[in-house]
Design a protein around this ligand. Structure first.
Ligand code: COA
Length: 144
């Protein structure tokens, strides 16, 4: 039985373990326990995990800046794929955003992650070709 529920900081170690097991997901300093605690506190009820009898099999994190939603770290363990778990997790995030009046959400996909690109397009997400993303990183903080 798979149960989707809100992610809490108690799930941190298990979520990082899922991320470590999953090619295509990058872990940054911004995924530290402290940063994740801040993220969950700033974005309550927007990040979710899928719980099985033996532990977590999937997760997603979502937040917003008041205008737009941002979704990250969607992953489902290989043995559990193809059961609509990712779709259910994403819908929970989009519903949480919609409750706040936020009707647009962005996400980043590594250019090398072709299956993820296909997944998002299959789900109706549009690849932006009209904008380039620019990021500024503090000198010496290359893994920020
Ligand atoms: C991408 C991922 C999250 C999909 O998880 P999943 O639980 O198997 O997906 P779902 O079962 O919810 O699939 C929902 C729909 O997307 C389709 N789909 C799933 N993976 C797909 C893929 N790689 N390409 C195209 N469509 C895909 C399913 O067929 C299903 O379609 P339907 O609604 O028409 O039946 C999973 O493969 C994964 O964890 N990948 C590695 C991590 C990753 O790359 N995450 C994205 C980072 S941006």
């Amino acid at each position: 039985m798979i149960h989707i529920r809100m992610m809490t900081l108690d799930d941190y170690d298990a979520v990082i373990a899922l991320m470590n097991m999953t090619p295509g997901i990058s872990i940054r300093d911004a995924d530290s326990r402290e940063a994740t605690a801040r993220y969950l506190a700033r974005n309550p009820g927007m990040s979710f995990v899928a719980q099985t009898d033996s532990g977590l099999c999937a997760c997603v994190m979502c937040g917003h800046d008041g205008r737009r939603g941002y979704l990250q770290h969607l992953l489902v363990l290989p043995d559990y794929r193809g059961q609509n778990i990712a779709n259910r997790l994403v819908q929970r995030c989009l519903s949480a955003l919609e409750t706040l009046g936020i009707e647009k959400c962005h996400l980043d996909v590594l250019k090398t992650n072709h299956p993820a690109a296909e997944f998002w397009q299959h789900q109706g997400w549009k690849l932006r070709t009209d904008i380039d993303r620019y990021s500024f990183t503090r000198p010496g903080k290359d893994n920020a």
